[in-house]
Design a protein around this ligand. Structure first.
Ligand code: GDP
Ligand code: ZN
Length: 356
């Protein structure tokens, strides 16, 4: 396998000094990273920045191979870390395309799909919506419902092969595609169908971890001959939007509509001359989409405020620590001065005693 097959292109190779050993992260597992150099795989010590899909430079160390540099990313998919709203978590890096997968046997949640689309668009990644398991019954209504979301829609079946040609048309060697969606919608099955191999059904791959122990690693990045690189993300129920998310990229139609409301500060909620309300009344726009637009905007605004507050807290702590250091230094200098004064007095007393 060549580095080009793995997705290496001038954007990354231009960042690399000559002869520096480069690798791409295949998966993260229990404090270790599995990476591929093109010729072989290696296990690197966990790193606080490097995520699946990242290109890294690595080096040998006393404790085994480790990441020395994470190359600048071309794109990335991120969300708020579970349970820590002000922390961002990169789900996958350097994606050229994302397939947002849902399936016919689930309640179709357009809100969830829109949220996924905001996350991908905010990371600079074009997305296609996939309605999988289309073999299970009529699916035209669901497809039609998905169209207004503004991304291309494909009906697929990993079982019957429906839609595979359309899906493959989005891919090419050296390009990286990501699969996101809830677990059970058929992401792994789609990848297997595209690859024509049982890539994922191996129950994990045995690898050596950083301490030379054998562990089972669930690989997430695959190179599929002629179909480029695929990253299968773990099932995601929700993506919490971060302060970097921008819903307007997915709701550009609503932004444009809102610009033609009579009043600039229109709330689009029964206001006089509201173009958004008029579109809902005319049946060309769904109230659901407008409500979700509001909701995702509120969520990103909250993320921005929380991030600003967290930054302020860090800054305040830093300033307090610095002031503390100054106070400690002043106290220390004062004590030193007192000691000197004591010594001076003692010396004077001794001298006076000697003279007399
Ligand atoms: P993942 O969690 O998204 O990776 O989903 P899987 O690929 O593991 O699939 C979950 C279940 O759905 C499995 O039992 C698959 O056999 C089934 N499945 C996947 N794709 C299809 C499909 O296109 N049609 C049907 N009928 N079942 C599917
Ligand atoms: Zn309005």
């Amino acid at each position: 396998m060549t580095l080009h097959d793995l997705g290496l292109c001038p954007f990354f190779s231009d960042q690399v000094p000559e002869e520096a050993p480069i690798a791409r992260i295949l998966s993260e597992h229990r404090g270790a990273l599995l990476a591929c150099t093109g010729r072989s795989t290696l296990t690197l010590a966990a790193h606080e920045v490097a995520s699946v899909g990242d290109w890294v430079l690595w080096e040998e160390s006393l404790y085994g191979p480790r990441v020395s540099t994470v190359l600048e990313r071309r794109s990335f998919l991120q969300r708020t870390a579970a349970g820590a709203f002000d922390r961002k978590q990169v789900v996958a890096a350097n994606l050229d395309h994302v397939f947002v997968v849902t399936s016919l046997n689930r309640d179709l949640s357009l809100n969830r799909l829109e949220r996924f689309l905001v996350a991908t668009a905010s990371g600079g990644i074009p997305a296609t919506l996939i309605l999988n398991k289309a073999d299970l019954g009529p699916h035209q209504a669901q497809l039609e419902a998905m169209r207004p979301l503004g991304a291309p829609v494909i009906a697929t079946s990993a079982l019957s092969g429906l839609g595979m040609e359309q899906l493959k048309a989005c891919l090419s060697p050296g390009r990286t595609a990501g699969l996101i969606g809830m677990s059970g919608v058929g992401k792994s099955s789609l990848l297997n169908a595209v690859a024509g191999l049982e890539l994922m059904d191996t129950g994990g791959i045995r690898e050596s971890d950083a301490r030379g122990k054998h562990t089972t690693t669930r690989r997430e990045l695959f190179v599929v001959p002629d179909q480029g690189v695929w990253i299968d993300t773990p099932g995601m129920r929700e993506v919490g939007l971060t302060q970097d998310a921008d819903p307007s990229v997915v709701f550009a139609d609503l932004e444009a509509l809102a610009a033609s409301c009579r009043y600039r500060d229109c709330h689009h909620d029964g206001d006089e001359g509201c173009a958004v309300d008029a579109a809902i009344d005319a049946g060309t726009l769904s109230d659901r989409r407008v409500q979700n637009w509001f909701k995702l905007q509120r969520e990103t605004d909250r993320a921005v405020r929380r991030h600003a507050a967290a930054t302020q807290r860090v800054e305040a702590r830093r300033r307090k620590a610095a002031l503390g250091a100054i106070a400690t230094r002043e106290a220390w200098e004062e004590r030193r001065e007192q000691k000197r004064e004591q010594l001076r007095r003692r010396r004077d007393t001794k001298q006076r005693a000697r003279r007399s």
